[in-house]
Design a binder for this molecule. Structure first.
Ligand code: UP5
Ligand code: MG
Length: 190
């Protein structure tokens, strides 16, 4: 029987390139890319979803929603992946709050490694303002950055203390960042 896929968390401020890099990694490693933001946005447009309004409001405010909901969505998505040949799950933008991280580990299992993409705020703003997602207006972007600095920072501290964090400079062109990520992941045995 093949071992359980490793759970690799990919974190970083909004616009640091989590989604971009995870979709590249998916093609280059034997892994599955699961984006919590994409799962939440899919729920918002699901007809009759009882959670749509709550999620829409949280996304607009850059707030991290209830842990039960995100962990359930993430677990369902992981269960839905055909495991054949999948060595790792790349958890894009997850976990984002300490209680959510602890709840995930209790219900699903430990995170093996946390990859953090670093990028200066001015670059994040420039990238996001030239994209056109619904939460890419200046006010919401600032709230998302604040949430990362205040709330997700505590998740990083937790995993830092366990020696599970690796960092990559996301402020280079996409291919250079991808090459640097591949290097640190190989070094970490992924
Ligand atoms: N781009 C990417 N890399 C580049 C590079 N190296 N050079 C130049 N341009 C680059 O990239 C953003 C833009 O930059 C794109 O246009 C890309 O082409 C360009 P992307 O890869 O999308 O960056 P990413 O880090 O994924 O940014 P994203 O905006 O998705 O990050 P967020 O963390 O803000 O968004 P997410 O979708 O994860 O979460 C949205 C909201 O969901 C949260 O704010 C929160 O309200 C909610 N949420 C919860 O409630 N609970 C959760 O657990 C998680 C989220
Ligand atoms: Mg993203």
């Amino acid at each position: 029987m093949q071992p359980e896929p490793k759970k690799i968390s990919v974190l970083g401020p909004p616009g640091s390139g989590k989604g971009t890099q995870c979709s590249l990694l998916q093609k280059r490693f034997f892994c599955a890319h699961l984006s919590v933001g994409d799962l939440l946005r899919a729920e918002v447009v699901k007809p009759g979803s009882p959670y749509a309004e709550l999620i829409r409001e949280n996304i607009k405010e850059g707030r991290i929603g209830p842990k039960e909901l995100t962990v359930r969505f993430m677990k369902q998505a992981m269960d839905g992946v055909a495991k054949e040949g999948v060595q790792s799950f790349f958890l894009d933008g997850f976990p984002r709050r300490l209680d959510q991280a602890e709840y995930f580990e209790e219900k699903v299992g430990p995170v093996s490694l946390v990859l953090v993409l670093e990028c200066p705020s001015a670059v994040l703003l420039e990238r996001l303002l030239s994209r056109r997602r619904a939460d890419d207006d200046t006010g919401t972007i600032q709230k998302r950055i604040d949430t990362f600095n205040k709330t997700t920072a505590q998740v990083l501290e937790k995993y830092e203390a366990m020696g599970k964090v690796v960092r990559v400079d996301g402020n280079h062109d996409v291919e250079k960042v991808a090459a640097d990520i591949q290097y640190v992941l190989r070094q970490a045995g992924v």
